[in-house]
Design a protein around this ligand. Structure first.
Ligand SMILES: [Zn+2]
Length: 397
């Protein structure tokens, strides 16, 4: 039996006056999800436990049946997995931004001007990261360049209880009270500044009027993510299709195949057809479970782009869910679920931990519910999973 999950990241939302009091899902034209709901089942599920921040990694772990309260050790170790960096049990992995600090002579007096140094290019960042590794040459510590702003710092036998501040939370603020609680981590950041502030890459950036990437900044640290093998857990050979490194990293940690799709961007202009085709091919290639993750609705929520959010949900319904169901009909039996991981309400432009709607259709379901799939109709079914892992267990069974 084939199982497919279509994950519409951040889809769930509140009713919006400009959408005649409907949510983006309620307003969007989604005939495929509506048919699944009318013939199959649906309800609400809470993927973010109260003890954790409502991040996508936490919520997607739940959706895949891994209790985040047990398995989530931070974003950075999952990103390390997605980058192909295998951590030892004693390693600490941290996110490492290249930030712009102000010019005061004493490090602690500086202000954080730009958490991503005018979105420094992957290539420039790579040169700077290599300079740090070469010139600092620290025992048991290594920087990894990664892609875009996602750089990694791995510290062998590093402390697991460091207090670190995400740099995007303190733009324009003095860094003094926001520095790492661990003196060695602070020392490394200070040393990085000595090397980076006079590096030719930064000199060239200053000349062009761009913010220099003049300090490493650590955050999001954690120990290796260890997940039980997905196939042993559910008896299904699984594949993950996502443009987002965190979701790919969960796939790597769970020993699932991670299938990359050309033109999958993680935003509204993603390759919807390409994701559907990749899912269809994975089913043909013998995968019993495919997890298709689409970031676009979340991104539109963060940007407060109402009509793009509506449209992204319609495009997923039309270009992914429709073709995937058509393909699945050719198999003896299948189940497909569509759901959000967490809400990313347009009005808040950030994630919340509220329950989200899900819909499940199994081949041959002949339900006769007359309503369309929305947050409201899903909650009216009265089916509620307090934990995402319980829904995963029920779906995968
Ligand atoms: Zn998300």
């Amino acid at each position: 039996m084939k199982h497919v999950i279509i994950l519409l990241d951040g889809m769930a939302d509140y009713p919006i006056p400009d959408l005649y009091g409907k949510t983006p899902l309620g307003y969007a034209n989604t005939p495929n999800m509506d048919r699944m709901f009318q013939k199959g089942t649906g309800g609400m599920v809470k993927n973010v436990p109260d003890s954790l921040a409502p991040g996508s990694a936490v919520a997607n772990l739940s959706v895949l049946g891994y209790n985040p309260e047990k398995y989530f050790t931070g974003r950075s170790p999952i990103e390390a997995a997605s980058m192909g960096v295998s951590l030892k049990d004693t390693d600490i992995a941290a996110r490492c931004n290249l930030v712009t600090l102000s010019d005061e002579p004493v490090y602690e007096d500086k202000t954080l001007i730009d958490y991503c140094s005018d979105e420094i290019s992957t290539q420039e960042a790579k040169v700077l990261i290599e300079a740090l590794n070469k010139e600092m040459n620290m025992e048991g510590m290594l920087f990894y360049p990664g892609i875009s702003y996602r750089r990694l710092f791995v510290w062998s036998n590093g402390p697991s209880d460091m207090l670190l501040t995400p740099p995007h939370d303190i733009t324009g603020k003095n860094i003094n009270n926001r520095l790492p609680s661990h003196p060695v981590a602070l020392e490394v950041m200070k040393k990085s500044h000595e090397i980076l502030k006079k590096h030719p890459v930064n000199m060239a950036r200053l000349e062009k009027g761009l913010n220099p990437a003049n300090s490493a900044w650590f955050w999001g640290a954690g120990k290796k993510t260890v997940l039980p093998n997905f196939e042993s857990k559910y008896g299904k050979k699984g594949a993950v299709i996502s443009a987002v490194d965190l979701v790919q990293g969960i796939g790597v940690c769970a020993d699932m195949a991670v299938i990359k799709v050309e033109g999958a961007t993680g935003n509204f202009h993603t390759n919807y057809q390409g994701k559907a085709q990749a899912c269809i091919q994975a089913l043909k290639d013998g995968y019993d479970f495919v997890f298709v993750h689409i970031e676009a609705p979340d991104e539109c929520g963060h940007r407060n782009e109402m009509m793009n959010k509506v449209r992204s949900i319609e495009l997923i319904d039309e270009k992914i869910i429709g073709p995937v169901i058509s393909e699945l009909e050719g198999y003896d039996d299948y189940k497909i679920m569509a759901l959000a991981d967490h809400p990313t309400p347009l009005s808040l432009r950030t994630h919340t931990r509220d329950a989200v709607p899900f819909v499940i259709y199994q081949k041959g379901d002949v339900g006769n519910n007359q309503t369309n799939f929305t947050e409201e109709t899903a909650s009216k079914t009265g089916i509620f999973y307090e934990k995402g892992t319980l829904l995963a267990d029920a779906f995968m069974k």
